[in-house]
Design a protein around this ligand. Structure first.
Ligand code: ZN
Length: 357
């Protein structure tokens, strides 16, 4: 009998995560805490995290939902609005409550209605972030209804990001969940390392937009930003597997109840937390880049943010034959179902769990 192929890496961090609150938080948190030491937690709750006080309350809610053996650190973000108070933001950052600020163009994704309507409205906030050295995390899509849905990210780079970086050259920016060749080219060509980074999700690495229509409409493949063309997928695979320091993992794991995904006007978002690492490993294996998996999952992010690499480790093993993961959905305490990604897609890798869930 041959020994299975394994790979051991410093415990990863998730640089872009949605945990929600209440019942959904309780249901999804163990899956992230099992595989990731830290995560940047998105603030787009139904009542968005727009003040330091709300960030403290949300952080408490997350830590209370952790069970004893879990050593997981949530990194809290502040949801910017046209009315964000720069002094509250400064206090939250200097007190170590806030890790970063999050820019949602109004209407770009789930619970983004109170997001920033015009970037000009937050000039004083951007100035403050730059002075503090506090990172700005950006959902980089325009919401202009005359722009084609699949072009929202590319247009955002030209209309918003280029001028923003000219006006605030020292601002530390992460373009989140990049999906396009345009974004990869912009980031690799323009980035003085350390000022501009990007996260990449497992679903944008695994699927192109054909997956939205494969055998009929596929609500569980609908996410924001939406899946893109194959050439875009190939570009982000090259970026992720390059080992380059500006690219790191952010799952954008975003739970929605199955019933909310499968209705008319179904929600955008993919719950990938349980199988995200296995999916990333699959992509890196196919690209012949397993030797750079640790850069993307475990070391690039901490280096970008100036944090230590996690001392704990995590091991993945390769299966003899690819298999569809057993866990295809989870239940909230109320019995509502949340479908996991990649669901029916066979994977060759799995995480060796230290504590069975
Ligand atoms: Zn997100």
């Amino acid at each position: 009998m041959t020994m299975p192929q394994t790979i051991t890496i410093p415990k990863p961090d998730d640089w872009h995560l949605h945990l929600r609150d209440g019942d959904i938080l309780k249901a999804v948190l163990p899956y992230t805490a099992a595989h990731f030491a830290r995560a940047v937690v998105m603030p787009n709750l139904k009542l968005p995290v727009t003040t330091t006080e709300r960030a403290i309350a949300y952080r408490d809610q997350i830590t209370q939902a952790l069970s004893e053996h879990m050593t997981f650190a949530p990194l809290m973000t502040l949801y910017l609005t046209d009315e964000t108070n720069p002094n509250d933001l400064t206090r939250g950052y200097e007190d170590g409550v806030l890790f970063a600020a999050k820019l949602y163009p109004a209407g770009a994704t789930t619970n983004s209605e109170s997001g920033v309507t015009e970037i000009q409205n937050i000039t004083s906030i951007l100035d403050r972030l730059q002075r503090l050295g506090m990172p700005l995390l950006i959902h980089g899509e325009v919401t202009d209804p005359t722009v084609d849905f699949f072009d929202r990210e590319a247009v955002f780079i030209d209309r918003v990001l280029r001028p923003l970086r000219r006006n605030f050259p020292e601002l530390k920016i992460v373009m989140e969940h990049i999906t396009t060749q345009a974004a990869v080219e912009y980031i690799t060509s323009e980035s003085p390392y350390g000022r501009l980074g990007a996260t990449i999700t497992p679903h944008h690495l695994l699927l192109n937009r054909n997956a939205l229509f494969d055998g009929g409409i596929q609500p569980h493949h609908f996410c924001l930003p939406v899946l893109k063309r194959e050439k875009d997928r190939q570009a982000i695979i090259l970026a992720a597997t390059s080992g380059a320091g500006m690219f790191f993992a952010g799952t954008d794991s975003a739970p929605h109840l199955k019933a909310d995904k499968e209705r008319s006007h179904g929600s955008g978002g993919i719950f990938s937390a349980p199988h995200a690492l296995a999916t990333y490993a699959e992509i890196f294996d196919q690209a012949g880049a397993l030797d750079r998996l640790a850069n993307f999952l475990s070391t690039n992010g901490p280096a970008f943010y100036g944090l230590p690499v996690n001392a704990a480790t995590l091991t993945l093993e390769k299966l003899e034959t690819p298999a569809v993961p057993d866990l295809k959905s989870i239940l909230t305490p109320n019995g509502a179902e949340i479908v996991t990604f990649p669901n029916e897609t066979p994977l060759s890798w799995r995480v060796i769990e230290k504590h069975p869930l």
